[in-house]
Design a protein. Structure first.
Length: 190
């Protein structure tokens, strides 16, 4: 092994007192669980707990990830924003699907949210633009607020023995109802 490999293996992995994810008591609605985990991270003082990796697809199908912040979660979905003419804006115009990955490091938790993405209306986009740091009073017609409509959410709660608990919620893109199928992910992590 290389020196880097040895150094990386020696790094501490998780805090000593990790929370437990009990699939039997998890809520039927995954958004409720996500909001509870986000609230836990905020209350614990985690830095930018609303930060997430957003993955879109390049024209050739290559996944492209970058870090953004979550703006809101409501009945329309998980909100984020960008310029329509940015690479991610163009990728979303070509292939309106994405995946978000949240990492709540201190609790050993990750949440993956995957689904269709839709552009929200111009007034919502401009309100978001006006709320940005550095807003100078000028509108930005290129600014777009999007909502990722979740079709699949996976919650992973780390365990010290690395037998992490992974709970997945799924619904089809055609199912507009509130029902979610859920179950443990039993394949190896990843």
């Amino acid at each position: 092994m290389s020196q880097l490999s040895d150094r990386l293996r020696a790094l501490p992995a998780f805090p000593a007192d990790l929370p437990v994810l009990d699939p039997e008591t998890a809520p039927a609605d995954p958004v409720e669980l996500f909001l509870a985990w986000l609230d836990d991270a905020i209350e614990a003082g985690e830095r930018q707990p609303h930060g997430m990796a957003l993955t879109t697809l390049a024209p050739d199908g290559t996944p492209v990830g970058r870090v953004l912040i979550l703006k809101e979660v409501d009945a329309r979905g998980f909100h984020f924003s960008t310029h329509r003419t940015s690479r991610k804006g163009q990728q979303l115009a070509d292939h309106p699907r994405a995946s978000m990955l949240f990492w709540f490091k201190e609790a050993g938790r990750t949440v993956r949210v995957t689904g269709a993405v839709r552009a929200l209306d111009e007034s919502a986009s401009q309100r978001d633009w006006e709320g940005r740091p550095g807003y100078d009073g000028a509108p930005n017609p290129d600014w777009q607020l999007y909502a990722l409509v979740p079709e699949e959410l996976e919650f992973m709660q780390a365990r010290e023995d690395r037998n992490h608990t992974r709970l997945e919620y799924r619904r089809s893109a055609e199912d507009a109802g509130p029902a979610w199928a859920r179950g443990l992910v039993t394949t190896p992590a990843g």
